[in-house]
Write a protein that binds this ligand. Sequence first.
Ligand code: WQD
Length: 345
Amino acid sequence: MSRQKILVTGGLGFIGSHTVAELQQAGYDVVILDDLSNSSLQVLDRIEKITAAKPMFYQINMLGKNRLKEMFSAESDIAAVIHFVAFKAVGESVKEPLKYFHNNLLSLIHLLECMEEYGIENIVFSSSATVYGDPVELPVTESTPFKKALSSYGSTKQMGEEILEKTSAAKNIKAIALRYFNPVGAHASSLIGELPLGIPNNLMPFITQTAAGLRGLLTVFGNDYDTPDGTCLRDYIHVVDLAKAHVKSCDRLLQAGMTEKYEVYNIGTGNAISVMEMIKAFEEHNQVKLNYKIGERRAGDATAVYADVKKAAQVLGWKAELGLQEMVTSAWNWQTNLMEMTTVL
Ligand code: WQD
């Protein structure tokens, strides 16, 4: 059978690049669309180093519909789209709601309009556990009710899912939304990983940059929560496991078949790890000492968020395989290799 072609929007980003590598190694051809606003063209070469196959690349901002249509005209045999393109800085989204609604929603709408026009029937959507807000139950299942999003970023994910559900019900489009919990780690090659521009919002890049001496001190945002060690619990998932969930989703859309036109899956490990447990694991497995202090709580943080992952295992045929040690060692190896690569360049 000829290799089926997958369009990956945002394919040079953190999760996108890992997904491209797994797609190619699973036998798919890949076309990447990225506007390079939060990624680097060097990632394309590094993907090629990993898979020995250089994906076709289009530098396009999805808000420009004409360029998008030109690409779809040139790439006529796309079997499915994986849509990562979005702004995702939670804090910034609170200060700049219109920037987030405009970019995240219009990019998705333009994509769906083009899919309808060019007869592309399958989409995997990058959603997030943030749609649950501070969840009303734990572990979180796919039926756990949404709470009002705490940020405009979270609103765009809730609205994005709504747009997909209604569009797939009315049009010849099948959709899978993957609700990511907390992606961490990096590819075993240390050639691709998280490239946060500016001060990291998330815990793991802040840990690795503090350990590397790029940041002076890591602040633990509160240790007075109602948890065993007082720090927040999260469901951290290795980015390579997360990438493989996208491959499984394409397999389901293109081969296995769907039971609904719109399906949703929690993509996590089902395990809750605290901030302090993450810090201790990082120090122990990497044999490094982290400079940290306990500070005030961060506004909007949920005490605990972790997934019920039965549906992805039973229906999607996917489950996380990499544990905490691989998460913290791969993140550290990437950080140290990134600094070597950057000084070399
Ligand atoms: C994790 C824990 C912090 C930094 C966010 C988005 C979510 C998804 C993943 C996009 C919390 C604590 C953090 C620090 C700390 N992104 N922390 N010191 O907030 O669970 O989820 O990123 O889809 O949508 O909401 O992740 O890594 O920011 O925080 O103590 O310097 O680490 O308080 O308990 P979060 P996070």
